[in-house]
Ligand binder design. Structure first.
Ligand SMILES: CC(=O)SCCNC(=O)CCNC(=O)[C@H](O)C(C)(C)COP(=O)(O)OP(=O)(O)OC[C@H]1O[C@@H](n2cnc3c(N)ncnc32)[C@H](O)[C@@H]1OP(=O)(O)O
Ligand SMILES: O=C([O-])CC(=O)C(=O)O
Length: 371
């Protein structure tokens, strides 16, 4: 068995984008607490891509750039007619849809720095439109185009719900997007870097990353948390449900982390938001169940909630369908993926580790009739 199964603890890149030390997370040197409490998601994206926060004029120009690219090509809306929307997971739809947007970018194969930066803007602008369009069309509703003058978070909610959201909802969505934007070499970001390390293009890197985020051990855990909460149903059933999971050696979704052993600094914001939003939406028992799960898992396994645990009830309280939780994570993390892709291009070397061979040896080919 390799010493670092799953590459645990192995440092494979230098990066200026985000840092994790103990339970401290920073983006470009800014504490996550500072950004979560004060920043617009657009400012954070600008920071990840430019290693500086934007001035007012820079932010205004950036918002215009994003807005101008936010509407999808009509052919992308039309492609949703090609398959049974109600049978396809939104993360699969986003994986295909994002890849498809490349075909309507005449510079798709241009890997110059300028074209790659432009692709990052385009991807970040189009992902919320893609998720919202899929979600509306599968529910028999018309697509809603973005509205000028709204923030990124507000525009996503507008395209999803077809009406402007309340300040509380917009603030919550903005904070969720800020908290999920980047996280060093998590599995999907690493995937993106491996992909473009072959000198492949930005769309390929992001499409590969979406595939990696989908898995339940990574971004897909938030959807599974909601499924677990629904399965449990009432607070009194929580203890026995979790004990049964332990007996069956099943993992509790949203708990534990490869890097954070003393707690995920993002989780406390999501917990506070979950408490507030579940109270306001009449879902407080879901918060109570979550809190009890976290207590049991901490007592029995010493594991703490990660970013996916309380985000489930935040989204649910905002009326968002549970299979859209991971696509929302993807919208936010696209900012980090593209920042890492650009960083990888800037100082690239093919990423190609080795495996220790443990299979059979000295075999000889047998003609098929003799096997
Ligand atoms: C955005 C994100 O990606 S955050 C992570 C989202 N994923 C989840 O929430 C899924 C649940 N959590 C997990 O599967 C893990 O904690 C991970 C994948 C996040 C990190 O895992 P790793 O560092 O690789 O730990 P690993 O999976 O090797 O587990 C180590 C031990 O802790 C146990 N363990 C880890 N997480 C959990 C959990 N959530 N529930 C129960 N037991 C757990 C494992 O069963 C294992 O026990 P063992 O040594 O007795 O076999
Ligand atoms: O860093 C990780 O391994 C997973 C994670 O929390 C993230 O991607 O936000």
């Amino acid at each position: 068995m390799p010493e670092n199964k799953g590459l645990e603890g192995v440092v494979v890149a230098n990066s200026k984008i985000s840092s994790i030390i103990g339970s401290q997370l920073t983006y470009g040197g800014y504490e996550i607490d500072d950004l979560a409490e004060n920043a617009l998601f657009e400012e954070v994206v600008y920071l990840l891509w430019n290693d500086k926060l934007p001035t007012e004029q820079e932010l205004e120009a950036f918002n215009k750039e994003l807005f101008d690219l936010m509407s999808l090509d009509d052919n992308i809306y039309k492609h949703f007619e090609l398959y049974p929307l109600d049978k396809v997971h939104p993360m699969s739809a986003v994986r295909t849809g994002l890849s498809l947007t490349a075909h309507f970018d005449e510079n798709a194969e241009d890997k110059s720095l300028e074209a790659s930066q432009q692709k990052a803007v385009r991807i970040l602008a189009q992902l919320p439109a893609l998720v919202a369009a899929f979600a509306r069309l599968r529910n028999g509703k018309d697509v809603v185009k973005p509205k000028e003058g709204l923030t990124y978070a507000a525009n996503f909610l507008y395209m999803l719900n077809g009406e402007e959201s309340t300040d509380t909802e917009i603030e919550a969505m903005n904070k969720v997007l800020v908290l999920h934007a980047d996280h060093e070499l998590n599995a999907s970001t690493f995937t993106a870097r491996v992909c473009v390390g072959t000198e492949s293009d930005v769309y390929s890197g992001v499409t590969a990353a979406i595939g990696a985020l989908k898995g339940p051990l990574h971004g897909g855990a938030n959807e599974q948390v909601m499924a677990m909460l629904k399965d449990i149903g009432t607070l009194d059933k929580t203890d026995s449900y979790i004990q049964k999971k332990f007996e069956n050696k099943e993992k509790i979704m949203g708990m534990g982390h490869r890097v954070y052993k003393e707690g995920d600094p993002r989780a406390k914001y999501l917990k506070d938001m979950s408490k507030k939003l579940t109270d306001e939406s009449g879902n407080s028992e879901l918060f109570d169940i979550s809190k009890r799960i976290a207590e049991i898992v901490k007592e029995e396994k010493g594991l703490l909630p990660n970013v996916d645990f309380f985000s489930a009830t935040v989204y649910h309280s905002m009326g968002i369908e549970s299979d859209l939780f991971t696509p929302i994570f993807a919208i936010s993390r696209a900012s980090g993926w593209t920042a890492h892709i650009l960083e990888q291009y800037a100082d690239n070397r093919l990423i190609r580790p080795r495996a220790e061979y443990i299979g059979a040896t000295d075999r000889k080919y047998e003609p098929i009739e003799n096997r």
